[in-house]
Design a protein around this ligand. Structure first.
Ligand code: ES4
Ligand code: ZN
Length: 335
């Protein structure tokens, strides 16, 4: 494509990537062997790297994907496993032109496997520090609460997070929620978000991916100031105007949406509608090891399907800097 060099060279910010979603089939088998972890024996997809990679080609829904995502991460055991995984992502992101990355992680599932909160945070944070030091890539860690688990589990994690001082120390910069969208109560984290909002902690939420636009309005009502995915915002023009007015960033993941069958093709992702309505969005990878596309692949997929102009790409890149959760000094460096 004539704009490929330009798109590859654009300074990028990533706002929507799950560090556990960067576990490739190769790394899953390597860590399983090294750590003596038995992969599920009742599912032929876990026979080999190849059968697992092949299964990733036909996810039928968000929950179908989440089954593999939550089983795959069981191979992470030692602090260094978490650090190495984060580092592998940052290296790849750096080569895709990412200058700043805000990354999710899911403590609850690791804790349920007996890994202490402190080990998980220390490992991921070590990977972040190494990226800042060796690549000049700035990072922010966002802790995610999981919607498929009981709310009591999230409440306990939230208490642990508060007691750790990780927010005050700057180790964890914001909170989010993710996992199954349709099914659990839309407002299940109301109490956690009310408390976090009181403390001025930045909040985001996965909403409007498989669920309709009311999942987005509920997330905003609870205090989220950013929406992860958010493609179903276009169902509600009034809410779309409000998000444009209030600078609510949509962290869109085009290839993810296709792979999980939320849309038939990237052409259906409402990039032009967002541009026309003045809704700010960034383009992101979500779970690159599972969807076979890192951030640059997602930028290229958007270009192929929507054919943005150089001016429009500059707006996308500038908005992704302006809506990053960083200081004005760092924004000035990135612009
Ligand atoms: C996720 Cl694509 C997606 N949606 C919701 N939760 C998630 N966790 C990891 N990837
Ligand atoms: Zn996600």
């Amino acid at each position: 494509h004539p704009l490929h060099e330009f798109i590859a060279g654009l300074p990028k910010c990533e706002h929507h990537v799950h560090l556990e979603g960067c576990l490739t089939p190769e790394l899953i088998f390597q860590l399983a062997a090294r750590n003596g972890v038995t992969l599920p024996t009742d599912d032929p997809a876990f026979t080999s790297i190849e059968t697992l990679a092949e299964r990733y080609e036909r996810f039928t829904s968000l929950d179908d994907f989440l089954h593999y995502y939550f089983h795959g991460m069981a191979v992470l055991q030692k602090e260094s496993d978490f650090a190495d995984l984060a580092w592998a992502y940052f290296l790849k992101a750096h080569s895709d032109g990412v200058h700043h990355a805000e990354v999710f992680f899911d403590p609850q599932v690791h804790q349920d496997r007996g890994i202490p909160y402190e080990i998980i945070v220390a490992g991921f944070s070590e990977g972040c520090k190494r990226a800042e030091r060796e690549l000049g890539l700035t990072t922010k860690l966002i802790l995610c609460f999981l919607r498929h688990l009981p709310v009591e589990s999230a409440n306990e994690l939230y208490k642990k997070f508060l007691a750790s001082g990780d927010y005050e120390k700057g180790t964890i910069h914001g909170l989010g929620w993710s996992s199954s969208e349709v099914g659990p109560p839309k407002d299940m984290f109301r109490e956690i978000y009310a408390s976090a909002r009181d403390k001025d902690i930045r909040l985001t939420a996965h909403a409007g991916e498989e669920g309709d636009s009311t999942y987005i309005s509920t997330a905003l009502e609870l205090g989220a100031t950013r929406i992860d995915h958010g493609i179903n915002l276009v169902q509600d023009p009034e809410l779309m105007q409000r998000c444009a007015r209030e600078n609510i960033l949509m962290t869109v993941c085009p290839v993810s949406n296709v792979k999980l069958q939320c849309v038939k093709s990237v052409a259906e992702v409402p990039i032009r509608k967002f541009l026309e309505a003045g809704v700010k969005f960034s383009i992101n990878s979500d779970d690159p090891a599972y969807f076979g596309a890192y951030i640059l692949d997602n930028y290229c997929a958007v270009q192929e399907a929507h054919n943005l102009s150089i001016m429009e790409w500059r707006i996308v890149a500038e908005n992704s800097v302006q809506e990053s959760w960083i200081s004005n000094e760092r924004k000035a460096e990135l612009l």
